[in-house]
Write a protein that binds this ligand. Sequence first.
Ligand SMILES: C[S@@+](CC[C@H](N)C(=O)[O-])C[C@H]1O[C@@H](n2cnc3c(N)ncnc32)[C@H](O)[C@@H]1O
Length: 468
Amino acid sequence: MQQRKPKRDDRLEVEVERIDERGLGVGRAEHESGEYRVALRRALPGERVAAQVLRRRGNKIEGRLLEVLRASADRTSPPCRHYGSCGGCALQDMSYAAQLATKRENCERALAAALVKVDVEPVIGSAAALRYRNKMDFTFGTRRWVEPGEAEGVQRDFALGLHPREQFRKVLDVEACEIQPQPFDAILASARRIALEQGLRAWDLVKHEGLLRHVVLRRSVATGEILLQLTTSSEAPELVGPYVAALLAAHPEITTLVQAINSRGATVAMGERELVLHGSGSIRERLAGLWYRVSAASFFQTNTAQAEKLVEVTLEEARLSGSERVLDLYCGAGTLTLPLARHAAHVHGVELVEAAVADARRNAEENGIGNVTFSAGDVLAWFGSAGAIECDVAVVDPPRAGLHPKVVELLARIPARRMVYVSCHIGSAARDIAALAHAGWRATRARPVDLFPQTPHVECVLSLERAP
Ligand SMILES: C[S@@+](CC[C@H](N)C(=O)[O-])C[C@H]1O[C@@H](n2cnc3c(N)ncnc32)[C@H](O)[C@@H]1O
């Protein structure tokens, strides 16, 4: 007779082996019908845990932690009151040293899976494992996440905060976030309170109605300036005006406030149009000895102190003598471009977002750096229009999806002798580097830098050279 396979709500005991790239503990469970791979939150390597089955596909199970039967020495108490429900952090149960070891192993595993042979150095850890972020992106929602045990009859149709894990239609009211700067807690509370007092409605993701969509907060470590970007579904000055006035009155520490208007279905904080309602529209940040103007739409590394380390490591790996022509693809507002330019003959940056390129140009000018040029547009399109490319060293820092396969092909053929791949998603980087290997590029070093404590994410600087 065939054995019954595990089904929803069954209890299994799991030997946890590792943390996967989503931050889930992954391990093995013995069952009368065979062995199963179980992935579950909040379970650490080396632990034996009891899990409730949530879903099963083949021999893969997603479970929920019921009980830790044998705890790891790396287990710690999560500092955040929302941890568990909030989708923002996944590793708060783990000591920071263990998080760093896990991130290194995950880099090694992803590279080995793509057959990229390179030693991964220990991860450069962040001095601050909490309160390290300089930017947070919060969402307004009409379906508030209700915690178990909350009183009956609580308001459920308005929330401002973060999405609970895997619940993209719901929003958890964040009262305090341990990885954001302290002043953001109070600003967020006011943004929620004033909206409710003024009877403003949150954007409904399903019905596509309502006004308030996102609040993005950015704070400069160097100057303390705070930028608030409010995304709304329409301009609605008669509603937005009093809302913004009340927010600014309650929080004079907000130095600039920008309204972004996004009437489309897609849930992005970036708008079709931007109006600067208060201040200059940007904040100034200091990084690696240079000043940067960061506007609402520009990409800027979210952990300023660790971004310094990332710049340092990238510079070390670029090994510039002063005579090189450098290509910096996916250059954002120039955080790598400008430091590279101080050690090179010339750097050309390419970046999709026009506002970031405008920031990059202004940043170069304000820092007195003249040996840089920029192109605004898609990297692939730029390759098509750039003609013969002259470059000794290439730096690429793509978004999480990595490089377009055609970009890999074009990049493989540039006349550079060295390439530095700065990756925020090691799986994508491993795939791209494996593809570059077909064209004679080989990885010589992998140096992870942790910009995202408490989460499974890690940056990794990979050096590539042309095989002789
Ligand atoms: C990980 S960020 C790196 C930014 C910059 N190197 C830094 O350290 O601040 C990736 C950048 O790539 C840009 N980007 C995304 N897709 C792009 C594309 N197809 N072509 C050019 N730039 C793109 C994004 O706007 C973003 O600024």
